[in-house]
Design a protein around this ligand. Sequence first.
Ligand SMILES: *Cc1c(COP(=O)(O)O)cnc(C)c1O
Length: 370
Amino acid sequence: MHFIDLESRLARIREKVNSRIATVLDHGQYILGPEVTELEVALAKYVGVKHCVGVSSGTDSLLISLMALGVGTDDEVITVPYTWISTAEVISLAGAKTVFVDIDSRTWNLDPVLLEQAITERTKAIIPVGIYGQPPDMDPINEIAGRFGIPVIEDAAQSFGATYKGRKSCGLSTIGSTSFFPSKPLGGFGDAGAIFTDNDELAEKFRWIRVHGQARKHHHPVLGLNGRLDTIQAAAILAAFDVFPDEVGRRQKIANRYNASFEPLSEGKLTVPFILRDCTSVYAQYTILVNDRDELSSHLGNLGIPSVAYYSTPLYAQEVFTSLGFDKKNFPVTEEISKKCLSLPMSAYLAEEEQKKVTESICGYKRNLL
Ligand SMILES: *Cc1c(COP(=O)(O)O)cnc(C)c1O
């Protein structure tokens, strides 16, 4: 059984991917060719914002966002410790100080109440994350950020395609950042990412920064890097994007089936994802909480069912970040969730029989413990 079934997806779109790539080989514009613009226009329309800028990865999209906002030494950037390392990595790369804030115990996303207490005069940006595919609780976050005049970058690497009160992830705050890493909801065939904004000035800066800070040929007003999205990659993602809305629907159906199967275990034995009212998740991961996470995971492994503990190590406990000096006592929710979380097989193509094997194995295991 696959943890994420990329093969079935490829089988569905293979011909389109091939013909899209063949077109690029024919025209030969490998760097910022027409498919990059075509993808940017399609994605901006899908999200409902003015600008989309295709970049080299979801990590570079965060870094370019911070660079465009002018974040640097002496600045602080607030984010969560319960996320993939990129979210905090880019803050250090920009030369700023990471300020971790604990997550909410139900959504596992940034706790807006704790956010306000963490803001100082030096706070230059806030990066909430849409963990496992559900956007952060953006209304209170935007309200607080707005009062202090601080821009908000939504790290939507996992939540692209999800909605928050009717609006699409990546279009919920100053900047939206996403990734097309192969296993993400809109996965490409290599590394790629995109940045979204309604702000014309920021969009122009993103475009400069992704080509070495170049505004026009041989004219470099700002510091940049090589952060371009390859034309071949954009072409392949365009093929994948055709089936994406259908895949989002499939993911939600599969998540609902998981939820229903685990209903009998709901009383303290197993916690299923909590989705805010009027919001949706794209379930980049379908993640449960159990007290015996490691035992259950190895039990499933013995039955040939893959599962992964995303994220068993909070970022403040990662060796590279221990020098930041955060005390785990200040992150009780992150501590608890990181000990109990277990992500189960999930993709738009998870077959019903396979899913049944997963749920029956988990329910059987839990019942035997009674
Ligand atoms: C995957 C991911 C990223 C980074 O994306 P890449 O394209 O792999 O660089 C950033 N943030 C989160 C939350 C992610 O899951």
